[in-house]
Write a new protein. Structure first.
Length: 93
């Protein structure tokens, strides 16, 4: 990870009928994934959704903490948390 990366707090909603990324008015990030929370399927889908929404490769998104929890801490190489929220804010509205 380069020096510009910092962490983004994410709440994951597995088994959702409509996958997507939602940025709350308080800056919180919720990601709905279609995959179940089993065998890492939801984590893989989370990484793909975030990478697509942020316009970065999947390899740039890393789950730092919470691999087995709905609450996760995610790092994105090359962009700061505030820049990520700005990109997601314009993407999700």
């Amino acid at each position: 990870m380069d020096a510009k990366s910092d962490y983004i707090s994410v709440r994951v909603r597995p088994r959702s009928s409509r996958p997507g990324v939602v940025l709350g008015p308080d800056g919180s990030l919720a990601v709905s994934v279609h995959a179940p929370a089993a065998e890492g399927a939801a984590n893989r889908e989370l990484i793909g959704l975030l990478a697509g929404a942020l316009g970065v490769p999947r390899s740039a998104v890393t789950i730092v903490r919470g691999q087995r929890s709905r609450s996760k801490l995610v790092a994105v190489d090359g962009i700061s948390a505030s820049e990520a929220r700005a990109r997601l804010g314009s993407e999700t509205r």
